[in-house]
Design a protein around this ligand. Structure first.
Ligand SMILES: [Zn+2]
Length: 440
């Protein structure tokens, strides 16, 4: 029995060995190796609801998008990239989920594949790429969009190619498109609209599998061209992890990498923005260290973005870094809920409006009750914390004539009723009835 089993295992082993040797090696150029690219096939499963995204002979945009996305997935993998697909079949994936798929997979780039339509002018047929916002704020996405369009213009024939270019998605919506707006704080991305399905020749091209392949190749080549100029990165060195901007040494330090193994940047292009304002910096081109000192601020966090171009002209993606200040660090509670409620309650019973620093103590008490819920939203004294917050915010509203506090009080009382329907805090004790009158 054992011998037979061993024989069988040996046969399986050989089989694996044989099949392994027949897998073709990917023809990797190396430039995309190690990158994670999210490929988003626009729309999906809207046949019954969306009668607009369809060409004159019935080809639907979402089908074309998916075919090209799959081709691109294959080509990118052959080139050593890790590919994340937001959808792989004719299904509807909501826009927020598409963005979070790209972010949670730590993608380096987002490519969202679409095709354009115009029922006003069916002669239109040219490719374009959208970026979020504007060129000044989003330079790396512009670089990437331009690189892809160069290859698309080369590989595909368009009826009216003159409009080809990178456009801002603010031309479509005031705040831009959902997927680009939501991914932009972390990674660069483009929406490609490669031709118009409302144009008969455009639609014919989109139905042609060979043209689909060429379009996917254009994306691939564009990405390779872009990567060949080096993908610059700004890596935070200070503060890192749970550290914060200490008042005695508030400088922020980044390591700038040009994407080609060095630190070759155009020094005039480097800028550090803290909460939207440029702050002074020092740049060491030998070590690649960039040191900036933010002004003192009274917020819990500062928002930092680094701009710059490597010597080949590729821009850093100015991703958003939020660093804790000392105030933020002090308020950054990670303790358990039961410690927080003990502290909160001991502060609450000592509150006295006659105290000179009543307002500060009140805010501190509010903060501790908020920590109870932040530490664990479902806990045995959650209803109590919500109810106390309602009371404390009412106090704040009366004391500081703060209308926002009045709204917050009502919010917390409503939450007690909605989320803890059987809690004793829903039915107030007699002396506390006044507080809840508005709610019922
Ligand atoms: Zn579309």
């Amino acid at each position: 029995m054992r011998q037979r089993l061993q024989g069988a295992m040996l046969a399986v082993g050989l089989l694996i060995l044989v099949s392994c040797t027949t897998i073709p090696k990917p023809a990797s150029t190396g430039l995309l190796a190690g990158l994670t690219i999210t490929v988003d096939a626009g729309h999906g499963h809207t046949r019954k609801t969306d009668h607009g995204r369809v060409g004159p002979s019935g080809e639907r945009e979402e089908w074309v998008n998916l075919r090209i996305a799959r081709e691109l997935q294959k080509l990118l993998r052959q080139n050593g990239a890790k590919v994340i697909m937001t959808r792989e079949k004719d299904e509807d994936v909501n826009l927020a989920a598409r963005a979070s798929i790209a972010i949670s997979n730590q993608s380096d780039f987002l490519i969202s594949i679409h095709h354009n339509g115009s029922f006003n002018d069916t002669t239109l047929d040219f490719p374009l790429a959208y970026i979020w916002g504007d060129a000044e704020r989003n330079p790396a996405s512009v670089d990437l969009g331009r690189a892809i369009l160069n290859r698309v213009d080369q590989k595909l024939k368009f009826q009216s190619g003159d409009g080809s270019g990178v456009y801002s998605d603010f031309l479509i919506y005031n705040e831009g498109t959902s997927i680009l707006r939501n991914t932009n704080p972390i990674l660069p991305g483009v929406i490609g609209e490669m031709g118009f399905f409302t144009n008969a020749a455009g639609e014919a091209r989109m139905k042609d599998r060979q043209a689909n392949h060429l379009e996917a190749q254009a994306y691939l080549q564009g990405l390779i061209d872009y990567a060949a100029r080096g993908i610059p990165k700004a890596i935070p060195l200070k503060p890192v992890g749970s550290d914060f901007l200490r008042p005695d040494s508030p400088e922020i330090i980044f390591q700038l990498e040009d994407g080609q193994g060095g630190h070759a940047f155009d020094s005039g292009s480097i800028a550090v923005l803290v909460d939207g304002d440029t702050v002074p910096h020092e740049w060491d081109r030998v070590t690649g260290r960039l040191v900036a000192t933010p002004p003192r601020c009274a917020h819990e966090t500062v928002e930092v973005r680094v701009y710059g171009r490597n010597e080949n002209g590729n821009a850093l993606h100015p991703r958003r870094w939020d660093f804790l200040t000392m105030i933020g660090k002090e308020n950054d509670w990670h303790g358990p809920w039961y410690v927080a409620i003990q502290r909160a309650d001991s502060l609450r019973v000592l509150l006295n409006p006659a105290d000179r620093d009543f307002a500060v103590k009140l805010d501190s008490t509010i903060l501790w009750f908020e920590r109870v819920l932040k530490a664990q939203s479902i806990n045995p004294r959650g209803a109590e914390a919500e109810y106390r917050l309602g009371q404390l915010y009412e106090m704040r509203a009366d004391w500081l004539k703060d209308d926002l506090a009045k709204e917050k009080a009502l919010d917390h009382f409503n939450r007690v009723i909605a989320f803890y329907p059987t809690s004793k805090f829903v039915q107030p004790a007699k002396d506390e009835k006044v507080v809840l009158e508005e709610v019922f």
